[in-house]
Structures are given as structure tokens and as C-alpha cells.
Design a protein around this ligand. Sequence first.
Ligand code: RAM
Length: 370
Amino acid sequence: MKKKVISALLCATMVLGSVCSVFASESETEAATEAATEAAEEAGTEAAEETTGGSSAEGQKIALVGKSAGNAFFEVAAASFQETVEAEGGTVEVVYPETATADAQIRVLDNLISQDFDAICIAANDVNALQAKLQEAMDAGIKVSSFDSAPNADSRQVFVNQAGTEQVAQALMDAVYDIAGGEGQWAILSATSQAANQNAWIEAMQSIMESDDKYANLELVEVAYGDDEPQKSTDQTAALVEKYPDLKVICAPTTVGIAAAAKYLQDNGSTCKLTGLGLPSEMIEYTGADDAHSCPYFYLWDMQGLGALSAYTTIALVNGDITGASGETFTAGDLGEYTITDAADGGTEIILGDPLQFNPDNIEEMAELY
Ligand code: RAM
């Protein structure tokens, strides 16, 4: 029930967030509010009904592997994944590697392959380094799905992409442009240098910047890596602002990085501003349009939806409802119907939805969700 109320709220905010950030006029904002209210009412009605969609996971044993322990991002996604699988009659073991590295994930996978799992759903710490191990899992009859961060096309059956890679990159690039006032130095504070998802977003941002003259006056001075560790991310932020005194914006496409950078910049009264991908609950005290706040606005996506869609996808793979081939469709429980499409890396993916913007208008409400 809690999950359904959350999706009703989220649905309203998603419509508001995405529509309001695109349209500025008052009447359009009113229309967006109406649409949001309707969506919330609809979701509320659905919440009152019994959920019937989605294949049963009766007897299924599924492992969920995150990138690293102690990251609230994975805890939120895992809670929703687990709740979804258990509601369908299956069981989930959530496992975190000791560090955010491929080697640590290989040790986790070794252990899982020797047990009796029907499926492994993984957020990869490296694009290519897990291939042999994930192939070994698939050869052993274990279905392999991935979420958040994709191992290469040969290492998985399907990837649940939280938001299109291009869409995330475009939203971040435009935020950097807007916050910098269209010109000046900016830097990226990423997770690890091997992180598949961050590298895909960074590459897409760079090609957007290079292919459009609009961004010609922005200078990307450095890509720094905080390894999704709070202290290292803080140290990297300090080093960036010291090295580049004219730095206007840091873009941190990692929830760990953005939270650490937000605190450092705000506590030190830095003129450098921040955007990126963050959890509203970790960013609430740093989000504001005035000088007292380090982050005017940032993005993420529907976190509960990510966990639930990853769960339904994995269940469907185990049941044989899908094989992971492009063009297949399936019902992801109360999230509705999804179609598997071609991903840019030659594999296939299922895209959850659009990136969501968090700003002073919606941060308080969203911070209650995740
Ligand atoms: C961190 C992780 C995760 C990423 C988010 C945005 O929590 O690196 O993989 O998707 O940030």
C-alpha cells in the first residue's frame, strides 16, 4: 500500500517537474498542475484496487548486486526491488561488494554462481571486466539482468535504464549552461573512473557540448573522480575549487559526489555552484536559488520505479515471458507495459522514464520519498 501511495505522489511530481521545467507561462503551468492532479487522482484510484499485473515470482530466488555498500541510492532501489519480488512470491538476496570495483563484484558473483539463484540483477562497476563472470552465470542457467549501470551487451540479457542516457546528458548539460550563465569554466565530479553509467553520461555530455555552438563558451576543465566515497568526493571538490578559482559550476552525476560537493561548497561559501544527480533527501539543505545554497537544482529519476521495474524485468526473464530481445513487451505489474528496445551499446534496454528535476519548489515533498 505504501508503495502505491508513493507512486501516486511521485506521478504527480513527475508530471509537474518535467512539464513545469519546460514551460514557463502561467497558463501552461496551470495546465501542468491540472495534469498532475489528474495523474495523482488516477494513481489514487488504482491504488485502491487490487494489483493483478505482472508474472508470479513464486519460488524464484533472485540476487540483487549493487555497486557498493553504504550508498543510500542502492538501498532505496533495493528496498523497492525486494518489496516487488516478495509481493510476487519470490525471495531476494541483496549483496554489496566491499568496494566499488569490478574485482570486488567478481568475488560476489563467484559466490552467487555457486548457489542456486534463478537470476542476478547487477549494477556494474565496469563495462567489460565482468563479462567472463556474467557469461559463466548465464552458462549456468542463471538469468542476468542489469540496472543503473550496464555491463557490456554480451554480459547481460537486458538492461533497465533509469532514464535515457541522452536525456540525462542533455538535462545536465543544459543545467550547467543555465547555472554558469552560458559561459565559463566547469568541471565534472564523477564516481569511479570505470563506472559504466557515469562514463556513458559524461561521454554523451561531451558530445552534446561539442556538437552544438550553444555550448561553445563553456570550458570543461577537468573530470575528477570521488569513487562514490564521501571523503574522497569532498577532497576532490576542494581540489577543484582551489585549482580553478574561476570555476563556475561542478556537475556531479553521482548521488554520493553531489552530496559531498554540496556540503563542501556551501560550508565554505564558495561562488562555485553545483548540479548533477542526487537524492532529494540528501540534498534538501543545499538546494536553493540564493547565495546561501550551493545547488540551484539537480536531477534524478523515479527511484522506487527503478527498483520495481528491475524486479518485474528479472521475474519476466526467469519466467520466460521475455528473453531480452528488442521488440519484446511485457507488463511490469502496476507500472504498466514496457517494450525492450535497442541500446546504444549494441545490447538491449528498457527505459524507465524521464529524468526528474528537483528544485526549491518540489524538494521538500520529494525528500520524503527518497
Ligand atoms: C551513485 C551511483 C549510481 C548512480 C547515482 C546517480 O549513487 O554511482 O550508480 O546512478 O549515483
